[in-house]
Design a protein around this ligand. Sequence first.
Ligand code: ADP
Ligand code: MG
Length: 226
Amino acid sequence: MIRFENVSKIYPGDFSALEDINISIEQGEFVSIVGHSGSGKSTLLKLVYAEEQPTTGTVYFNDRPLDAIKIKHLPFYRRNIGTVFQDFKLLPQKTAYENVAYALEVSEGSLEEIQELVPEILDLVGMGDKMEKYPRQLSGGEQQKVCLARAFVRKPLIIIADEPTGNLDPNSTMEIMQLLLKINSMGTTVLLASHNKSIVDKINRRVIELEKGRIIRDNAKGKYAV
Ligand code: ADP
Ligand code: MG
């Protein structure tokens, strides 16, 4: 589904963030990208989202090179992808329900669709009884659950989660990880970036480890685990 072929990324100022990355991710996989701060995790995810372009090499989505997508078509490509970040980025003046509904409104969901899908998805993440709360009335873990609901409500093919548990306590961290696993079990490919190796090792899925922009471990099926 996603393929990196000899991808390097050099940011302006000659800073090399990724070097010669070759990976292939199948539909339905749960892939964690780990590594210290600055190792290139977010850059890798941004390349998938086509928010950054490789300096050399090519990223493919279903065998289609992303650099062939015209800028005006990028929003359509990105509808395949839901994103979750460390800082929750909920709209403070909207309730949990309205935050999730808004994601459907901007993609022209009908009112019936919104009224059906939003409670369903908030139930799925365990926030069904807090739909009318505003972000400030929710804990960090609860806010992140709403973010997950928002990212997932259009049933994207891929969820990109960049340090989604970075601001959470261990309890909420495990809850969010369980939800990501649940979403994955429904068929969505999950790409998770985290500097927390231990939580990633706990879930026993594929782990790609980056060090200074290079892959030093990838336990993909058929690959030699270092
Ligand atoms: P991680 O997510 O693993 O912390 P990043 O992918 O954010 O790593 O960053 C990798 C390296 O690239 C870091 O050293 C960072 O400073 C650098 N970098 C990231 N974004 C930019 C940018 N827009 N311009 C210049 N350098 C950047
Ligand atoms: Mg990062």
